[in-house]
Structures are given as structure tokens and as C-alpha cells.
Design a protein around this ligand. Structure first.
Ligand code: DAH
Length: 357
């Protein structure tokens, strides 16, 4: 038994890996292992012999099992040591240069517009891009027969066979969010709503999907003067100039009365547009005092409250500010264009930190 013991302990100590250990285990204490066979022979012994041999065999088996376990643990430790030695990383090494994505000018300008209006107490509202014709038209005082419906080149959604309700539309402007905001917030309120809108139109300055920002302020005695001040503040901040003169031209929108189209002062020098100087004018938005029927549709009493509203093209003011000539390129996903006109993703526009750099 002493021979067996020293033989196996030596083998275990010399085992190079787990597979070797396992085969030693099988030969020694496995079901048909040498020691297990010896244990079977106990049955043929006399009781006296068995009393001596039994405990010794059991002790030998225990000893071999614990030597196996100990060797297994030390092999695992050694393997871990080896991995730690070979798989280390120098985390202080500089990284490889990574090609970063950029922010699309529409995203950038949306952030800029939001930062400026937030400063003036406007919060951001949102509405669905697929809307009912009630929100997109009727509630905005554009009834079924109104010519404005035809002018808008609306995309209508198909209803299921046999469903005779009016079709949903892809919203043609952000104005329906006026109604949703009035319903949700009541008066007084001050919101802007930037977002995508859709019209069936396509040329150098029109794409079937584009972006607008709607503005709405409702209070007890809001006037056109407030509208003019807010817009002039906005343009000066947005174009990052001292001041911008505006020109209000009488116009017509079903949802405002009176209505005005607003131009901003600009000059063209050597084909370069400069906002806030010169004696040229550039049309930038539609606006007016919210029509009493629109307030009513939004659940607000027009005898108690009044408000101004405006709608402006985000893509258009982005083209003006950043000198981008063709609107269609905005939505082509051409990487060269995106790298050229894109903005660093971590430069969040703020009024104090600077809108664009
Ligand atoms: N919804 C109009 C359009 O898409 C723009 C507009 C004009 C919005 C006057 C307004 C407004 O809020 O008062 O052409």
C-alpha cells in the first residue's frame, strides 16, 4: 500500500495538465481503478485482515482524492497566472484615430432654435407626423372645400376597404401641434414645435419631407408687437448678429387674423448672403394673431385669451445661415456632404456657450 501511495502521489505531483490528472484519477480511484479493485478484494479476506486493510485502503483513497484536488487547484492558479501574464493591456496607450459621425445641419439648427426660444420661455411640444385631417385642416379653420387644402399637395393615407371615414394625412405643416398643445396645456401657454412635415413637391428648394418649427404664445393680452419682438430677438440670436430688421407684409392664412409674412433684412455681397445688414429682404416665415376659431378648436375661450403664431422652415433657415445651396442634398445621405456640412456632435448649442462654432 505504501508503494501504491508513493507511486500515485508522485504521478499527481508531476501531472502537467487537467487531462493528465483525470487519467491518473481513473487508473487509481476510478470504478475500475487499481485501488477500487483492491477494495473489492476485501470481501475475500478474513475478518481480521479486513479490519486492518479496510481503513487503510479508505485512507489511501481519501489521500489520493485530496492530492488530485490540490493539484487541480494549483494547475488552475498557474493557468490564470499565465493568462494574466500574457493578456495584459497598457490602458495608457493612445487610441487609434476614430472617424466620428457628425450632426446633420437640420439637427444642429433644431437645437439652436430650441435653445433660443427656451431662453424666452417657450417649451418644446410634439405631435404625430401622421395625423387626422381634423387636426391638420379643420381645426385650423381650413374646412373641406377650402383652396388651401389643394394648395398643400397633401399626401393622403389609404383607409381599409369599406372604411368611409376621412383618410389620415401626412401632416403638411406643424400647425396641428398648436391645437394639440392648446388641448393639453390650456391657456396661458408658450410652445414651439420643431418637426418633419410632408408635401408632394420636389425641386431645388422643395423636398417631399422637410422641417418646420411652429411657434404659439397664448395669453390675456398678447399682440403683434410681442410677435415682432420675439421674432427679432430670435433672428439676431440665430444669425449671431447685433440686430435684424423685420418687414411684416399683410398676407392670408386661414388660422390667423390678421396674418403676415415676415421678411428679414439682408444683403448680397459677391454672391454671399449677409443677414442683418443692407437693404434687401428675404422672406422667412408666416405668422399672425391666432384666429378665434382656432383657439376655440383647441378648447380655449377667445373672449378671454388671444395669441400669436408663426411657422418657419428649419431647412430654409439652415441653408441661409450655413450657405447650403441645394435642399435636396439634405436628404441624400451622401457622406462627403455630411462631413462637409455636419457639426461636431459634442458642441451643444447654447446662447452663452455659442450657437455654432
Ligand atoms: N402653416 C403654414 C405653412 O405651412 C405656416 C404658418 C403661417 C404657420 C402662419 C403659422 C402661422 O403658425 O401663423 O405654410
Amino acid at each position: 500500500m505504501d508503494d501504491l501511495k508513493s507511486k500515485y502521489l508522485a504521478e499527481i505531483a508531476g501531472a502537467a495538465d487537467e487531462a493528465a490528472l483525470e487519467s491518473i484519477r481513473l487508473t487509481a480511484v476510478g470504478k475500475k481503478g487499481e485501488i477500487s479493485l483492491k477494495m473489492r478484494e476485501l470481501g475475500k479476506m478474513s475478518p481480521e485482515e479486513r479490519q486492518v486493510a479496510g481503513p487503510r485502503l479508505n485512507a489511501l483513497k481519501d489521500e489520493i482524492n485530496s492530492a488530485l484536488a490540490a493539484r487541480k487547484a494549483s494547475l488552475a492558479d498557474a493557468a490564470l497566472e499565465e493568462r494574466l501574464r500574457t493578456e495584459w493591456l497598457d490602458v495608457s496607450l493612445p487610441t487609434r484615430p476614430v472617424r466620428q459621425g457628425t450632426l446633420h445641419p437640420v439637427s444642429q439648427v433644431t437645437e439652436e432654435v430650441t435653445a433660443i426660444f427656451a431662453e424666452m420661455g417657450f417649451s418644446v411640444a410634439e405631435g404625430p407626423r401622421i395625423d387626422t385631417d381634423w387636426y391638420n385642416f379643420d381645426a385650423l379653420n381650413i374646412p373641406g372645400h377650402h383652396p388651401a387644402r389643394a394648395e398643400m399637395d397633401t399626401f393622403y393615407m389609404r383607409r381599409a376597404e369599406g372604411d368611409n371615414r376621412p383618410p389620415h394625412v401626412l401632416r403638411t405643416h406643424t400647425s396641428p401641434v398648436q391645437i394639440r398643445s392648446m388641448e393639453k396645456l390650456g391657456a396661458p401657454l408658450r410652445i414651439i414645435c420643431p418637426g418633419g412635415v410632408y408635401r408632394a413637391d420636389y425641386d431645388q428648394t422643395h423636398t417631399p419631407m422637410f422641417h418646420q418649427v411652429e411657434g404659439l404664445a397664448v395669453d390675456r393680452d398678447i399682440s403683434m408687437a410681442n410677435l415682432k419682438w420675439v421674432l427679432e430677438e430670435f433672428f439676431a440670436a440665430f444669425f449671431e448678429v447685433e440686430g435684424v430688421k423685420t418687414r411684416f407684409r399683410a398676407s392670408h392664412f386661414p388660422f390667423t387674423e390678421p396674418s403676415a409674412e415676415v421678411d428679414i433684412q439682408c444683403s448680397w455681397v459677391d454672391g454671399q448672403l449677409k443677414v442683418g445688414e443692407g437693404d434687401g429682404w428675404l422672406e422667412v416665415l408666416g405668422s399672425g394673431m391666432v384666429h378665434p376659431k382656432v383657439l376655440q378648436a383647441g378648447g380655449i375661450d377667445p373672449d378671454q385669451w388671444q395669441g400669436f403664431a408663426f411657422g418657419m422652415g428649419i431647412d430654409r433657415i439652415a441653408m441661409l445661415k450655413y450657405g447650403i445651396p441645394d435642399l435636396r442634398a439634405f436628404f441624400d445621405s451622401d457622406l462627403r456632404w455630411l462631413r462637409h456640412y455636419g457639426f461636431a456632435s459634442l458642441d451643444v448649442p447654447t446662447l452663452r456657450g455659442g450657437l455654432s462654432r
